[in-house]
Design a binder for this molecule. Structure first.
Ligand SMILES: [Cu+2]
Length: 186
């Protein structure tokens, strides 16, 4: 059994007005990846996208900081995270092994901004899909970072905020609100 953990720290908190934070645990045993993610003080009563991000070819991903606000508009948007954190890889939604990023099956925060996500993922299926997309079946969790996203659609973002995927899934859905480096536990 191998365990990985992540302390998830706020990002863009001064802009969004709440410091989202939490913790994740990943346990690999036999053919199951067990995931637990608990978040506090996220924007409340809304769905929050969450994934691990990384580089497919062995590079080590690091959490973005305000230093990644390269266009100096006051927010670190999804495209700005890519330089240090790589690309969106695996969603923590209803079916992580499908690796279908844009969907509505991510966790929803309560009126306190809290949510807890728990999932058992079939590892063989996840690795097969990962290989299909990234050309390797090595998840390399300790080279990944976890992102939690999402501010209310009413939040006024700078016009320069990137990360709009579709009309439905725009910059509000993808704006990073917290990030954590995944590390291998002893
Ligand atoms: Cu993400």
């Amino acid at each position: 059994m191998t365990t990985y953990t992540s302390i998830i720290k706020p990002l863009n908190s001064s802009f969004i007005g709440t410091a989202a934070h939490g913790k994740a645990t990943f346990t690999i045993s036999a053919d199951v990846l067990h995931i637990e993610i608990e978040m506090f003080d996220t924007p409340k009563n809304m769905q929050h996208w969450e994934h691990f991000h990384g580089f497919p070819h062995g590079e080590n991903a690091e959490p973005a900081t305000m230093a990644q606000d390269t266009n100096h508009d006051g927010v670190v948007d999804l495209p700005e995270t890519e330089a240090v954190s790589g690309t969106t890889m695996v969603p923590f939604d209803a079916q992580p092994h499908k690796m279908n990023i844009p969907n509505d099956s991510y966790p929803v925060s309560n009126d306190q901004g809290h949510f807890k996500y728990e999932k058992d993922v079939p590892l063989t299926d996840l690795k097969a899909q990962f290989k299909e997309v990234f050309g390797t079946d090595n998840l390399e969790l300790d080279k990944r970072v976890i992102y939690v996203h999402g501010v209310p659609s009413t939040t006024k973002l700078p016009a320069t905020t990137g990360g709009k995927l579709t009309e439905k899934y725009d910059q509000h859905v993808t704006l990073p609100i917290a990030v954590g480096k995944i590390i291998k536990a002893d």
